[in-house]
Design a protein around this ligand. Structure first.
Ligand code: SF4
Ligand code: SF4
Length: 103
């Protein structure tokens, strides 16, 4: 029987490890203002040069929507996941609950 490592090191699929992350906006942002009002957590704000996302408020829209709303509307696709903020769906939901309680 072929072992999981026989053909080289295999990373588990994203679905299996259930990894989520806060999102970030790259410098390809054209400041079109479209994403900011779509964020249910008020996590998006205009920074010194481009729009930015506060990772402490971004839940990937968990608790509100099935898909990240900012990603859905961004015309230049400049909102990838933030590699420095790896979270599980459960911790994102806990963040959502904290934000709801904070009002
Ligand atoms: S993914 Fe959702 S919560 Fe995060 S910044 Fe985008 S719209 Fe806001
Ligand atoms: S929708 Fe995209 S391009 Fe427009 S402000 Fe937001 S991140 Fe920038």
């Amino acid at each position: 029987m072929e072992s999981a490592l026989s053909g080289g090191f295999q990373l588990p699929s994203v679905e299996w490890i259930d990894i989520y992350m806060a999102l970030m906006i790259t410098d390809e942002c054209i400041n079109c203002d479209v994403c900011e009002p779509e964020c249910p957590n008020q996590a998006i704000y205009l920074g010194p040069e481009i729009y930015e996302i506060d990772p402490s408020k971004c839940t990937e829209c968990v608790g509100h929507f099935d898909e990240p709303q900012c990603v859905q509307v961004c015309p230049v696709a400049c909102i990838p996941v933030h590699p420095g903020h790896v979270e599980t769906k459960e911790t994102l939901f806990q963040k959502y609950q904290r934000l709801q309680q904070a009002g």
